[in-house]
Ligand binder design. Sequence first.
Ligand code: ADP
Ligand code: MG
Length: 348
Amino acid sequence: MIEDKNQQRTQLSDLGEFGLIDHLTKNFKISQKSTVKSIGDDAAVLDFKNEKIVITTDLLVEGVHFDLSYVPLKHLGYKAVVVNLSDVYAMNANATQVTVSIAVSNRFPLEALEELYAGIETAAKIYNIDVVGGDTTSSTTGLLISVTAIGTIESDDEVYRDGAKSSDLLVVTGDLGAAYMGLQILEREKEVYKVNPNNQPDLDGYSYIIERQLKPEARKDIIKLLKDLNVKPSSMIDVSDGLSSEIMHLCKQSNVGCDLYEEKIPLDPQVISTCEEFNIDSTTVALNGGEDYELLFTISQEDYSKIKANPNLTVIGYMKEAQEGIHLVTRADTKIPIKAQGWKNFNA
Ligand code: ADP
Ligand code: MG
């Protein structure tokens, strides 16, 4: 964390734009049949036969979306790809290609961009997607990364946010709140380091939550699992801004209400203990923390028996008629209206 490794520093100007692109992308391998022409021409050529395609894009800005004093560039590259793939999977689609565009200041040596691209390459390998293009330009100060992800839909498999029905079950994958608590630890250690740079960060016992913040995974496995279980969700969204905000999206777009059961919200033990340490309510963190990149979806009650035994899936609520509203049912059995906060407001 924040150490100067005395690394080699090759100025980007030594390579020139084309040398740089070539250097960064020369290791990328093509694995998708649909990739006809990849990096190296004016545009990529993709052939999806008669499949429907999905496309999604995200822009990450240094100082707004990431802080390089504790985010290793390799992790940043990995995460920039993964958060886009998460949006593809949230459509119940298969991710196939990405493009990666960067704007970078001369503050970054070539070695830093190599790290960034090593993370991008790892994500491409793990999720079996091709990097088929991008753009490279300079910026006056920080680093910007924009990733566009492309995916395919099998027959009529697409799932939108607007298909939830009253009496559907609300299901979430994995556990919530860990990425937010990981960020709290990283921020705390950054302050400690600022006071005395000889202080080594104390990250013992926080490995899961820090990993969830620095190296999130997209739930590609769940798309396959649902297919194998023969379950098609009625609506779906990925959890990027926090559970409450995503529930609001599903409810508003589907015109339904919801009861969310506090006692059902899946939390990792490290989240619970770290919340105790910081004196924060773990339910608040799960509701408003964000960056979990889990999938939140609704299914018809008939499908309950197909999913109930699976440890990756937790039923956390019921969809209701719209006029019944959107509520958290607490452990004390009181009903509190859910408001979308998003995690920026949460900080304030
Ligand atoms: P153009 O001038 O037509 O925009 P570029 O020189 O920017 O072309 O890009 C040349 C090729 O390299 C294209 O295939 C482009 O998609 C790819 N490319 C450029 N920058 C990146 C990058 N940062 N990552 C991956 N591919 C890139
Ligand atoms: Mg270009």
